[in-house]
Write a protein that binds this ligand. Structure first.
Ligand code: FE2
Ligand code: FE2
Length: 261
């Protein structure tokens, strides 16, 4: 495998790979000399058995009070790993769709992408411990549906960092608490790691949103105006709200209060 790749080549290799190793590959060095014209990727190629399936009602996540059962915890971790793989692919999509974004933004996005690849690997370790492999259960299109609305860096940070990743500032602690309650410290520790990384991913999005926004708009307004039409501000939080994690990400109090409403 190459030691050095252009961001564009790397993103293409992630989206077109039919192996998990290919999806999780990162070269030692990434360059961005030739971002090329915008390229809107239709759907990612997936390893056999990991293609997008239609989500059925019966495939809802197990209720929290059932998570004393390791098999049920494995189902949750599999779903979360699926979200991480989607994050990898959506970030690769954005690198291809937004070649004109500032190089500094693209490099930061590439760093986040590598952390999402690491999250997939970490979930794979926990799934193995609980007796399943990534791909044993169905995987879904979920967030991929937003990609057609990602046409510039603002669209990306609003939908991905400041909604989907921001919501995980509530969901990850919720699962962390449940795994702790059922004495699965490995799964609990993984959720703590995810919370810390997610705080930095949200912070990345917020800092860029502020750079891109006109002075007369608040950050909250800029965000709410640039969301994917498939989501609303309500999607940026979970059932139990954690303002403290948003403060750590640098989100302003106006925004924190408005999400509370
Ligand atoms: Fe992640
Ligand atoms: Fe993330």
């Amino acid at each position: 495998m190459a030691h050095s790749l252009e961001l564009r080549e790397w993103a293409v290799s992630i989206l077109s790979s039919d192996t998990l190793d290919g999806k999780l590959f990162a070269p030692e060095k990434l360059t961005d000399q030739n971002p090329g014209p915008p390229l809107l990727w239709d759907e990612p190629t997936r390893p056999i058995g990991m293609e997008f399936k239609k989500l059925k009602k019966s495939e809802k996540l197990p209720p929290l009070h059932d998570l004393h059962d390791p098999n049920k915890r494995a189902i949750c971790l599999h779903r979360f790993a699926g979200h991480e793989l989607l994050a990898v692919e959506i970030m690769a999509y954005t690198l291809l769709a937004c070649p004109n974004a500032p190089t500094h933004f693209r490099k930061g996005l590439a760093n986040t992408l590598k952390e999402e690849q690491e999250h997939v690997r970490l979930y794979m370790i926990e799934m193995k411990r609980l007796g399943i492999q990534f791909g044993d259960l169905p995987l879904y299109r979920h967030f991929w549906a937003h990609t057609k609305y990602i046409q510039n860096p603002v669209d990306y940070v609003s939908t991905m960092c400041l909604t989907l990743e921001m919501a995980n500032l509530d969901f990850a602690p919720m699962y962390k608490a449940v795994f702790k309650r059922f004495e699965d410290s490995d799964a609990e520790n993984l959720m703590q790691r995810i919370i810390l990384d997610e705080i930095s991913h949200v912070s990345f999005g917020y800092n860029w949103l502020k750079k891109f926004k006109p002075q007369e708009k608040t950050a909250y307004e800029m965000w709410a105006d640039s969301l994917s039409p498939l989501i609303t501000p309500r999607h940026a939080r979970g059932p139990i709200y954690h303002p403290e994690h948003r403060r750590k990400a640098g989100i302003d109090e106006d925004w924190i209060n408005r999400l509370c409403e």
